[in-house]
Design a protein around this ligand. Structure first.
Ligand SMILES: Cc1ncc(COP(=O)(O)O)c(C=O)c1O
Length: 412
């Protein structure tokens, strides 16, 4: 039988190594107290409201709508957008399925812009090449915690009348020119999944400054599209969802929020140290932090290796890194969404709705070759998502020593 994908703690359960692993997670000191409040109140306290208010205030936005994850957060947001089936949303090519699940369910069409050369994120230039008369929005994913260059993206969107929104799952409290990831467009999704930087239980949220959009997200994404009618009761006027965060997840997430800024500052420091050490190894290159980025809330660490300098395939290089003690080191080719979502190409070829005409008005193709920069980048990029707030300088030294040893062993 085919093995099912694993998430959260289960995904790293079997990993061994000399470097830290995020599990068991560092828990905010008030987690038990807040959980106890939920139980002691007989589930009647407003822990959810407290978390939403605290997260909105921490980011400096008007609304936070807490959900059971980022996948449902972006699904609720997609449902709240007033687009038509067959409308296109331009999305980062290197991301998680959670970025696109919701827009696919709304019968919008994902169009993957290529990554900018030598990095994981898209850019205004790669987006521009994908704009058509059906484009309605741009979804910028800040992969690993590195922020997309949002000013040119927003300028382009303004020129074409497009909405910009963000997937900030991997970039909680990363900073772009003094502003936080998730506050740089119309709305943003966050994940508080247990392995994420703000690791709670299975949770997430949407944030926005737009009152009408916030109301629509709550209505269609949480109230199941129902209104109260006098003398009748609930009437479902649109097909909505019930994506609400639980009170107990809100309790844990609130406690985690109280320790996150310190953890993010530490991650930033350790990631920069690790980058500096890795950059000294010939043939090994970390992704540069762009000049416009302030704090780097690094969720996942990775390096590119130059295959012309080594006598082994990048996959073998990564395996030896993992065997030498970096838990979970490996290639991440599965992040390439046009290749990973095989059903997209199947549906496009067979003209399944919304790839039928109408509502689609073009022929779409999805494969690794749709985004050659992203494809080539991922072939030689070795990453580990076990990088976490537990890293200390000695762990950075150890990781660099491991990479250096593997590199020296295979150097041509
Ligand atoms: C960039 C990105 N988007 C979306 C998701 C989905 O988030 P969740 O697991 O909270 O649904 C993830 C999770 O890995 C992610 O990394």
């Amino acid at each position: 039988m085919t093995e099912r994908a694993k998430y959260g703690a289960a995904a790293v359960a079997g990993l061994t190594g000399t470097l830290p692993n995020p599990f068991p997670r560092t828990m905010g000191p008030n987690a038990m107290k807040y959980l106890q409040e939920v139980v002691a109140s007989g589930l009647s306290c407003d822990m959810l409201g407290r978390f939403e208010k605290a997260f909105a205030e921490a980011l400096g936005v008007k609304h936070c709508i807490a959900t059971p994850g980022c996948t449902p957060a972006l699904a609720a947001l997609s449902a709240a957008f007033d687009f038509a089936p067959g409308d296109e949303i331009i999305v980062s090519p290197i991301t998680d399925y959670g970025s696109i699940q919701g827009l696919i369910r709304e019968n919008y069409i994902p169009v993957f812009a290529d990554a900018a050369l030598g990095t994981v994120n898209l850019s205004a230039e790669t987006i521009k090449a994908c704009i058509s008369d059906r484009t309605r929005a741009i979804l910028a994913v800040h992969k690993t915690g590195l922020i997309c260059d949002m000013d040119p993206i927003n300028a382009l969107a303004e020129e074409y009348g497009l909405i910009v929104y963000e997937d900030a799952c991997q970039a909680v409290f990363s900073e772009y020119k003094g502003r936080f990831a998730g506050t740089l467009g119309t709305a943003a999704g966050f994940s508080f999944d247990s392995e994420k930087t703000l690791g709670s239980d299975v949770g997430g949220c949407v944030v926005t400054n737009d009152d009408d959009l916030a109301e629509m997200i709550r209505f269609v994404g949480q109230s199941r599209g129902a209104v109260m009618e006098a003398h009748f009761g609930r009437k479902h006027v649109v097909p909505g969802y019930a994506y609400r965060m639980t009170q107990s997840t809100a309790a844990i997430t609130l406690a985690q929020l109280e320790i996150i800024r310190e953890q993010v500052a530490h991650r930033d420091k350790m990631a920069r140290l690790l980058m500096q050490m890795m950059a000294e190894i010939p043939g090994v290159t970390p992704i540069p932090i762009p000049d416009y980025q302030g704090v780097y809330s690094c969720w996942m660490f990775g390096v590119s290796i130059d295959p012309t300098q080594f006598d082994c395939a990048p996959e073998d290089f990564a395996r030896e890194m993992a065997e030498a003690g970096i838990p979970g080191a490996g290639l991440g080719e599965y992040y390439l969404m046009p290749a990973a979502c095989t059903f997209l190409e199947e549906n496009a070829r067979s003209g399944v709705y919304p790839y039928s005409t109408p509502p689609a008005s073009y022929e779409y193709f999805y494969s690794a070759d749709s985004c050659p920069n992203a494809r080539d980048f991922l072939k030689t990029w070795i990453r580990w998502s076990t990088f976490c707030e537990k890293y200390q300088p000695e762990h950075c030294e150890l990781a660099a020593a491991i990479v250096s040893q593997v590199a020296d062993k295979h150097r041509l």
